[in-house]
Design a protein around this ligand. Structure first.
Ligand code: ADP
Ligand code: MG
Length: 719
């Protein structure tokens, strides 16, 4: 065996892992030795409560040592008949029965000592255990009584993982970089990194496993709190952004005039929170320190107006501003509202999408270079290297959780520095109600503006749950709305029936695997057929929309829905983010169990955007507790911040913050919500060491960088 295995080596360097196994491991996102070691058990089977056979009760788990008292025999003549034998421990005897395991006949003999764990079931008067865990052992000391349970994939068992991890730990355990300052380790009573992994993978008790997990949690929090700041956000103290607004002396007359034109285009009064956010931004734009601000506002709170007004400010002062949207549909919509708002102000707006025709792209790029266009709205196409600006001042990312961390890093790249200016002002808008402590960890020193106030005149959306996915009620509520000239969305979890059909554009919520299997999903195309068959499509224009449609077709479909021509839009979650049609007052979500709370809330946020009463209908035939609980929460709670809070209360880091979809690296040991205070303790301690400087600081920073790379590099892109 090679002695040169490092944490970074591919798993195939480990004895026993061939290309086939490696392929399977890749499905678990394990490709290096470090990945292997750091994949933590999902939970543990704790068999350490040893009892005697005479204490067994029907339906209860039991663990005991015993001696085999009868030869294993097949009971019955069918191939699938079980093999069974008796064991006894002096207090009583019990039958062990194994299905689909003919090899058992040759594996055990009368007189063998075995450890047994399983669930007791009574067969008449006779206790038995079906498919128990049974292992030959001379004494209980030879048995691992606390057994890790890993997330598995076909062809990989927990036993295989245990074996590989054990070998790997022996080889590279001492190479694990130590990112915990000694002071912190003492204060928090933390074990070493190697011990920690030993404890979580091979615990002698559940308490010991928790001890290990705690150390790893601290490591993760440090990686997140320190690593993200230094290695991803690429921030340094010598960044200089252009001063957009003169801090003294007020605006020139012409600028004030143009600003007036823009605000009078608004057509509504800004809410107090919107005004406050704009004032915060205005303040930031008066400085040469780059703005680093997060605008948090529930869906429908009016973040777009805040964004467009900030861009207008920037453009009026002669600088350029970019607004990045996660989808082209959304970019187009922002473009339309920006154009309306900036009308008459002399500000030119450009739209740049991946699908924009080459000739037009060339023209737009030209206009950006000359500052002919000072407000640019687009998708990630704007981030491509050949798009250059004349005098970029502000970059806004809308619903940035869709961008992922890699792209967020790119948003910060901005100016060449030839004029002493090497950075721009950054604004991020999100509908995710991230708790403050958590935002601190993830965004570091990002300032926050919160928009809680809803625009005046909004009615609370009424949410109902229907425990089925087919039936007259669904169509009756729909028709009632349509008759009043209002419009509706119907969201389905997939595109068509025969393929997986999951929409490429979307991040369907993960982690509900069992439920998915148990329910038939209604597809977009199936829903269209149903409306056709019921004659609804005859009376009301009905269209479908999903991510894999041609970009231009998508935009046309959206256009017709926004103009009111199309009455019912059947779609996947492509419409989840940001789409704004105030005349749409009904949102029907099929197989609602298929979506996480945050997605459901985002979807619901598509309605209730005007002054009419809106309804959200959740249809689901799922019966699991988890699903029903989510539906109940949705019906009770219409405010995103409250919803997140309740979810947090009920289930800890509930699905509201499914971290993947928010571009936050997923953590294995730490709990971002309950552990946020620990994160502060940990990062403060690291910063103390760094502040002192010298060898210890260098060593610590090196180790943090090393571990950060092992853990997150190359994985960020996938977020
Ligand atoms: P989100 O915060 O979800 O991005 P939007 O910016 O799309 O919300 O705004 C939702 C709707 O509310 C839009 O139709 C917008 O024109 C309208 N709106 C925004 N601010 C106000 C306000 N202060 N008063 C009335 N309507 C507003
Ligand atoms: Mg929005």
């Amino acid at each position: 065996m090679s002695t040169r295995i490092t944490l970074n080596s591919p798993v195939t360097d480990l004895y026993g892992i061939g290309p086939e196994a490696a392929k399977k491991l890749a499905r678990l996102e394990v490709s290096t030795i470090y990945d292997l070691i750091s994949m933590l058990p999902r939970r543990y089977n704790d068999w350490s409560n040893i009892s005697s056979i005479d204490s067994c009760e029907d339906g209860m788990p039991i663990s005991f040592m015993a001696t085999i008292t009868s030869s294993p025999v097949q009971k019955g003549f069918k191939r699938q008949s079980p093999v069974a034998f008796f064991v006894s421990d002096g207090s009583g005897r019990i039958e062990l029965s194994f299905f689909n395991s003919p090899y058992i006949v040759n594996k055990y003999q009368v007189g063998d000592r075995v450890f047994v764990h399983g669930i007791v079931s009574y067969y008449g008067m006779h206790p038995q255990i079906v498919n128990p865990f049974c292992e030959k052992a001379l004494s209980i000391e030879d048995i691992r009584l606390v057994r890790p349970v890993y997330s598995l994939t076909a062809g990989i068992t927990s036993n295989m993982l245990s074996k590989w991890i054990g070998t790997a730990l022996k080889l590279v355990g001492d190479l694990l970089p130590d990112v915990i300052p000694p002071e912190l380790a003492i204060k928090e009573n933390l074990c070493s990194s190697k011990e920690a992994y030993q404890f979580v993978h091979f615990p002698e008790s559940v308490t010991q496993a928790q001890l290990g997990r705690r150390r790893i949690a601290f490591e993760e929090l440090i990686l997140l709190g320190i690593g993200m700041k230094y290695f991803m956000q690429g921030k340094s103290s010598d960044e200089v952004a252009p001063v957009v607004i003169p801090p003294q002396g007020g605006l020139p007359e012409s600028a004030a005039q143009r600003w007036k034109t823009v605000t009078s285009n608004l057509g509504f009064k800004l809410t107090g929170d919107q005004k406050k956010a704009i004032a915060d931004i205005q303040h930031d734009l008066m400085k040469s320190t780059p703005m680093n601000r997060l605008v948090q506002g529930d869906v429908g709170s009016g973040k777009t107006a805040v964004a467009v007004l900030s861009m207008a400010m920037t453009a009026i002062m002669g600088k350029q501003a970019v607004l990045l949207a996660p989808t082209s549909v959304l970019a187009k919509q922002h473009y339309d509202s920006a154009k309306a708002l900036l009308q008459g102000s002399g500000i030119n707006v450009a739209l740049l999408l991946g699908k924009t025709k080459a000739s037009l792209k060339r023209e737009i790029k030209e206009n950006l270079l000359t500052n002919e266009a000072s407000v640019i709205i687009g998708t990630h196409a704007v981030l491509s290297d050949d798009v250059k600006f004349n005098d970029l001042g502000l970059v806004i990312a809308d619903e940035q959780h869709r961008f992922g961390v890699k792209q967020r890093e790119k948003l910060l790249i901005s100016r060449d520095g030839s004029d002493g200016i090497n950075s721009v002002h950054n604004l991020v808008m999100t509908a995710t109600p991230i708790p403050r402590t958590l935002a601190m960890v993830i965004y570091g020193d990002m300032a926050t503006s919160v928009i809680r106030e809803k625009p005046a005149g909004r009615k609370e959306i009424k949410t109902h749950f229907l425990p089925y996915t087919e039936g007259d009620d669904i169509y009756n509520v729909l028709i009632a709305k349509l008759r009043r000239g209002e419009q509706a969305y119907i969201v389905c979890p997939r595109i068509d029936d025969d393929s997986d059909g999951l929409d490429s554009d979307e991040l369907l919520f993960e982690g509900f695997g069992e439920e998915i299997a148990s329910t038939d999903m209604v597809s977009v195309k199936e829903m269209k057929r149903r409306l056709d068959e019921r004659g609804i499509s005859n009376e009301y224009e009905t269209e479908v929309l999903y991510g894999s449609m041609k970009e231009t077709t998508k935009l046309e479909v959206m256009e017709r829905f926004l103009s009111g021509e199309t009455k019912v839009l059947i779609s996947t979650t492509v419409i989840e983010v940001g789409v704004n049609n105030p005349n749409a007052t009904m949102m029907i979500i099929m197989n609602a169990e298929r979506f996480g709370l945050s997605t459901l809330h985002q979807l619901r946020g598509r309605i209730g955007r005007g002054d009419k009463q809106s309804y959200c209908v959740l249809c689901s035939d799922a019966k699991t507790e988890n699903a029903l609980e989510r539906m109940k929460l949705m019906c009770e709670c219409s405010d995103g911040f409250d919803l997140a809070g309740k979810d947090l209360e009920l289930r800890g880091p509930g699905d509201f913050f499914g971290t993947r979809q928010h571009g936050i690296p997923s953590l294995r040991a730490a709990n971002l919500f309950t552990d946020a205070p620990l994160a502060k303790i940990a990062c403060d301690e690291v910063n103390k060491v760094l502040a002192v400087g010298g060898d210890s600081a260098n060593r610590l920073m090196n180790n943090i960088e090393k571990l950060f790379k092992l853990r997150f590099e190359d994985k960020m892109g996938k977020l």
